[in-house]
Design a protein around this ligand. Structure first.
Ligand SMILES: Cc1ncc(COP(=O)(O)O)c(C=O)c1O
Length: 411
């Protein structure tokens, strides 16, 4: 007899980003070079201090660590918060308010699990980071979208959020990344504060996913850090901050993240979840501690590289007829409007039927970043994680590809 699979397993949403992978494999098998602008895997070298720590690790036994993470890493992370003045008017972050997890992903999973019962929901600003939906699904929760758009740079309107929470009494948390994936939008301190007030009024958690905190580009933000929810006064009970080494130190494979909360009950619940998986990875925590000591010059050079890439991509896309995208203030993603009605078909076309000088591009169709049916069908998400020459070639491929797609009768 065939073993039974759970409803949860059968209904699990496939990653919209990876769904096109077989077509990319097919393109490669045909000898094409595929520029991967579809996933946030940076090409930038991993932090030098982190790589040195991996080489230096010499414990005879790779032992379990405490479930909440090693004290030395949590101390280093509390110092990082202090040196970046993330706490603003608030008290400094205490190491006991930091729980080390297996990537920011596990921090999100634990937070949603601690906030939501089966059948509850999380409100997310859409287009959203797709794994928010994956985690909600795993925990038997629903996703309630709060739609944002390019007309105001994908900003979150606190009044609309309030209405959404009022209409969904089983909403337990509002989750938003800032700087954003997939939009690159950065919420201002004022906006974070307004949203926090709305969350407090409705008695829901405000989960701010700050894994791209250092990647901010414009004017007063350049070379600094994005406004952090940790700086909000009097938000002890409501705010949870999600963080990770993955993007900041270009170390996605290290699998070290953490959550920060001043809510002792939420922390205690997440710690119990953490105890069931015993320990975050020991060697990677050792390396993460070293990552916090990455020289500022190295960090600044990486941020400048992303800013230069963003400038090339934004101006290049807006120069293509019918294409538009706002200038994102942070992270390394953007959502662009294309002059088509089915971006799934276009992304597949690029991989299956199109090439320019032996090359093509893989993009992420944006429909998968929306919970609202039919939304985002004219949009793609693009991650500018390649060097500028590759980005310039990719822009040409997108431009020529659009023309070829339209010539075939697709709009
Ligand atoms: C917005 C956002 N949050 C969280 C994560 C999870 O990162 P990790 O589990 O690698 O720390 C990602 C990864 O792409 C992300 O884009």
């Amino acid at each position: 007899m065939t073993p039974h699979l759970s409803r949860r397993a059968l209904d699990a949403p496939a990653s919209p980003i990876r769904r096109l992978m077989p077509f990319a494999d097919g393109a490669r098998d045909r000898g094409l070079h595929v520029h991967h602008l579809n996933i946030g895997q940076p090409d930038i070298a991993t932090s030098s201090t982190m790589r040195a720590a991996y080489q230096a690790f010499s414990d005879e036994v790779v032992a379990y660590s405490p479930s909440q993470g090693t004290l030395s890493l949590r101390n280093a992370l509390a110092d990082y918060c202090r040196s970046n003045q993330l706490h603003g008017a608030q008290k400094p972050v205490d190491p006991d308010q930091i729980l080390v997890t297996v990537g920011g992903s596990e921090a999100l999973l634990f937070t949603i699990a601690a906030a939501c019962d089966f059948g509850d929901s999380i409100v997310v600003a859409e287009p959203y980071y797709t794994n928010y939906k994956g985690f909600a699904h795993l925990l038997g929760c629903d996703v309630v979208p709060l739609t944002t758009g390019p007309e105001d740079g994908f900003d979150v309107d606190p009044a609309r959020l309030s209405a959404r929470l009022a209409a969904h009494p089983r909403a337990r948390a509002f989750i938003v990344p800032s700087p954003g994936n997939p939009t690159g939008a950065v919420l201002t301190t004022e906006r974070l504060s307004q949203i926090a007030a709305v969350c407090r009024e409705h008695g829901v958690f405000f989960v701010v996913d700050e894994v791209y905190r250092e990647f901010v580009y414009d004017d007063e933000l350049a070379g600094g850090v994005a406004p952090s929810a940790l700086a909000l006064p009097d938000m002890g009970e409501h705010v949870v901050v999600i963080d990770s080494v993955s993007k900041r130190y270009s170390a996605c494979g290290s699998r070290v993240g953490w959550l920060i909360t001043r809510n002792a009950s939420l922390y205690a619940a997440c710690l119990k979840f953490a105890q069931t998986r015993l320990s975050p990875p020991t060697v990677d925590q050792f390396a993460a501690e070293a990552a916090v000591r990455t020289p500022m010059g190295e960090m600044r050079a990486n941020i400048a590289a992303y800013q230069a890439r963003r400038d090339v991509v934004v101006s290049g896309l807006n120069a293509i007829e019918g294409v538009s995208c706002p200038n994102p203030a942070g992270a390394f993603y953007l959502v662009a409007d294309l002059p088509i009605t089915d971006s799934n078909a276009f992304c597949r076309f690029l991989l299956e039927e199109f090439e320019l000088d032996g090359e093509t591009v893989m993009l992420a169709p944006a429909g998968g970043f929306y919970a609202t049916p039919g939304a985002g069908m004219n949009q793609v998400r693009l991650a500018y994680v390649l060097d500028i020459p590759a980005l310039k070639r990719s822009l040409r491929i997108i431009s020529e590809g659009l023309l070829a797609f339209q010539r075939r009768g697709n709009i």
